[in-house]
Design a protein around this ligand. Structure first.
Ligand code: 0RQ
Length: 498
């Protein structure tokens, strides 16, 4: 049976090529998609093809929810179409386009992107291209595997293109909660969300049918990247996190079933979730952005009773299993817009435990989540800042070394700072865990070097700090040797090791 049961929307059915032809050079386009799910699968490829055929320097500004997939960011970046992009991305072709200076990349916090569009900070939105799983007889849209910024793009865009993908289970109806109460300051009101599964919005996205210029049918899976099986390092990090949470319970600082969890993207974050499965914790909840395999496993074993998120990011195997029995997860998963899933007010109120990956941290606790050697972007800050700064408790996790030990993830000075020393509470490597709460910079440095740095780099870090302290009699608060602070990175660039 067709997924489009609205006569008006049915009358707009067309091909991806015709839909793509309505997008103009220079347009600002908001597309759906968050961590490889719920992105349009056909129109971006048709647009890339059209740009290639036309030649010249056809280009658009592209806004999404977060990272997408080869069928969106990949094809458009390879065709050289993306002039400007925001917010989070993780596609290799797009990363290259950004790092070689072809694409301008604006790495905003994920909770900021919708509101900044509403504030008018990005200019007019010309087109929205949004994937949904069904269109109801009254024209309401059933979202698919991510909600992201879709509500905002549909509301703000002058023209709308809808992709209806019947690969998604029809049972998605009832999984979503789209908040329509957002107003601009000074009209804003408190967001009355007191529990991860509490509904505060509608199950559907709305769209003005007058604005819909094309509807395209697709049948194509989400990106569905495989996860690495947790290695020894990620298991060790996961154990440190879980042990620490146990300790916090004994100290009366956390309840037995913890507080709602947020887990970031990547293999390490997924491994931490897997570790919870082997733990004694029960009745856990999550208020997060992304549901990866590890979190779905926790729901299956009954350890996790409620999850609020904005997107799935599953392996192909797990996505197939979910799609086959989606109905059974209803009532335990609620998918929200990213302005709500990542809302500082809600994160602060619920008291989230945030666990995110990092690239490097410095001895004083500044964290780099995004850049290699200060210059080349990997993915982006994503939601890590939204969650970390407003969390009850935050963890940043990374192996203590990268590139076969040639890089230390603990450095004298972070080559790029996403999370300042003021925001970072607990650092974790396979070596151990440094609880930085309530510590001065020099006390933090001692803990980070002793507990987190790899033994191969510990003495050199200590030597750095000792010499920095000796050289700065009136700079004992955060002693640095400015000429040497980034010398480890320089060493790597010149000699191939830190
Ligand atoms: O590169 O694959 O080429 O070897 O960085 O590193 O160890 O596989 O870690 O998959 O957990 O990702 C920070 C990138 C970690 C991720 C980051 C190299 C390393 C490898 C990946 P290779 P791992 P993970 C909410 C949360 C920001 C967004 C965020 C991330 C690659 O967690 O993007 O937190 N975070 N969002 O070799 C040079 C170092 C390095 C290094 C690692 N010190 N120097 N390269 N690498 N450390 C979700 C969303 O926002 C959507």
């Amino acid at each position: 049976m067709s997924r489009i049961t609205c006569p008006v929307m049915n009358s707009k059915l067309t091909t991806a090529e015709r839909a793509a032809a309505t997008i103009n050079d220079g347009d600002r386009v908001g597309m759906s998609g968050f961590t490889g799910s719920g992105y349009p699968k056909a129109v971006p490829a048709a647009l890339a093809e059209r740009a290639k055929n036309e030649g010249g320097d056809f280009g658009i500004e592209l806004l999404t929810g977060a990272s997408t997939a080869p069928e969106l960011d990949g094809v458009l970046a390879e065709a050289g179409v993306i002039r400007k992009r925001l917010p989070f991305q993780s596609d290799p072709a797009l990363r290259k386009s950004i790092n070689t200076g072809h694409t301008e990349y604006v790495d905003t916090h994920l909770s900021h992107s919708a509101q900044q569009a509403w504030f008018g900070f990005y200019g007019n939105l010309d087109v929205a291209v949004v994937e949904v799983s069904a269109v109801l007889p009254n024209g309401l849209l059933v979202p698919s595997s991510s909600v992201g910024n879709n509500k905002t793009w549909l509301d703000l865009a002058d023209k709308v293109i809808i992709e209806v993908n019947d690969w998604h289970p029809r049972a998605y109806e009832g999984f979503h909660d789209v908040y329509y109460g957002t107003k601009l300051p000074p009209e804003r009101r408190p967001i009355q969300l007191l529990d991860p599964l509490q509904r505060i919005g509608d199950p559907y996205l709305r769209v003005d049918p007058e604005k819909v210029i094309a509807v395209v049918e697709t049948h194509a899976p989400d990106r569905n990247l495989p996860f690495k099986d947790p290695d020894e390092n990620s298991k060790a990090m996961a154990e440190h996190v879980v042990d620490f949470l146990r300790f916090e319970i004994t100290q009366g600082r956390l309840p037995e079933n913890l507080l709602p969890l947020q887990s970031g993207v990547g293999n390490v974050a997924n491994a931490v979730m897997a570790e919870f499965a082997h733990s004694e914790f029960e009745n856990l909840t999550a208020y997060t952005e992304v549901i990866q395999d590890g979190m779905l496993d926790l729901i299956d074993t009954g350890k996790l009773t409620a999850v609020s998120a904005t997107a799935f990011s599953l392996s192909a195997e797990r996505a197939a299993a979910f799609n086959a029995k989606a109905e059974e997860y209803k009532g335990r998963i609620l998918m929200r817009t990213q302005e709500i899933s990542n809302h500082p007010e809600v994160i602060r109120r619920l008291g989230i435990i945030a666990i995110n990956g990092m690239v490097e941290a410095d001895i004083y606790g500044n964290v780099n989540s995004t850049h290699v050697m200060g210059s080349s972007i990997i993915n982006g800050i994503g939601g890590s800042g939204d969650f970390a700064r407003n969390a009850f408790l935050n963890f940043f996790v990374s192996p203590s070394t990268a590139k076969g030990g040639k890089i230390s993830s603990i450095v004298p000075f972070a080559s790029h700072v996403d999370h300042t020393e003021h925001d970072v509470q607990v650092l974790v490597t396979e070596q151990g865990l440094a609880d930085l709460r309530g510590l001065s910079p020099t006390a933090r440095a001692k803990k980070i070097i002793t507990n987190c740095a790899h033994p191969d780099y510990r003495d050199r870090l200590q030597d750095y700090i000792d010499r920095a302290a000796a050289a700065n009699p009136n700079g004992q608060h955060t002693p640095h040797l400015l000429a040497e602070a980034l010398s480890w990175h320089e060493n790597y660039q010149s000699h191939g090791h830190m």
